[in-house]
Write a protein that binds this ligand. Sequence first.
Ligand SMILES: *Cc1c(COP(=O)(O)O)cnc(C)c1O
Length: 369
Amino acid sequence: MSVSVPAPAFGRFFLPGPTDVHPDVLAAMLRPMIGHRSSAMEQILKDLAPKLGALCRTARPVVVGTTSATGFMEMAVRNGVRRRALSIVNGAFSERFAKVVHAAGKECIRLDVPLGAAVEPDMLRDALRRTPVDAVTVVHSETSTGVLQDVDGFARVTKEFDDVLLLVDAVTSMAGSPVEPDRWGLDFTFTGSQKALALPPGLALGVASPRMMERARTLEGRGLYFDLVSFEQATLKFQPTNTPALSLVYALQAQMDRIERDGGVETRWCRHEAMRRCVEAWAAERGIAFLPCEGRRSWTVSCLKLPAGKSAKDVVGALKEQGWTIGSGYGALKDTTIRIGHMGDHTVAALEELLAVLARALARPQGVL
Ligand SMILES: *Cc1c(COP(=O)(O)O)cnc(C)c1O
């Protein structure tokens, strides 16, 4: 017999990924299977195409893969890096991007900044002047530190150099704050389903520029599963490359319709910005510091420094007892910071409730948490 744990109510799960999935989206996953080469499947992908284009702000095809987001990180590297990439490293996920470059057998030059800091476009320009590379990897919203980087600025800088592609992990920014692959001129932009899109984990979405496609066609070692060239060919014919996680595709369809009904992606951005501002106002009132500086804070994940004497483990545990989930810090910041993942379908109202519970937990005397 399986052990069943009582399900917590929707709207209290503020982990910075996976995030809460709306019951209507979960319900869509109960639909029966269909053949992935059937006309029904083709119809679903045809219906999804313009909606995904609107969500990802692109006129290019949006490729959808059955993989966690790291798979598309690998897709970015195998199809976008010729010999040598510059990896901007400011946290755990950007570090992973650098490791993927290395694991794919390419040379990786790192531009490191301390945890909580962002790289500014001028720093990127200096690094590119010093080090000729053919691609740059960057994480837009670094989920481990809550830093939002100036990807638009990075794109302007990379264009000053000849034949340098910009590969962007937008896993916790896309669908939560402005990401403009076409307008900014990003060469590959990807996200995963379980973050700002508020779907269960298991799907990744990607957008490649024409330059990226040209580059990909010239590269050997693209592999098979993450070959962007065959992905794009299949996508243009409304076909999946392999058997997709059908239940997740149903969920994606349901979620795209919900996003459209709510007023589209811009409405979604506004709600996320309001959530970021809500945490900022709350923290300022209590003298609690953010790890990132003002203007470089993610709209989907807030990373807060805990007052001296408080441990993340205790604070997260105290919230858990009351039915609320947040994240502790990541890596070296594990016990000194907490992370609130206010992304996906969360609301300002629920976030305010969470912050009231958090304020009470922090107000308890030391050792009583
Ligand atoms: C969660 C996350 C990833 C990795 O996603 P997986 O789906 O676990 O592979 C990559 N980058 C960022 C910024 C993330 O937040």
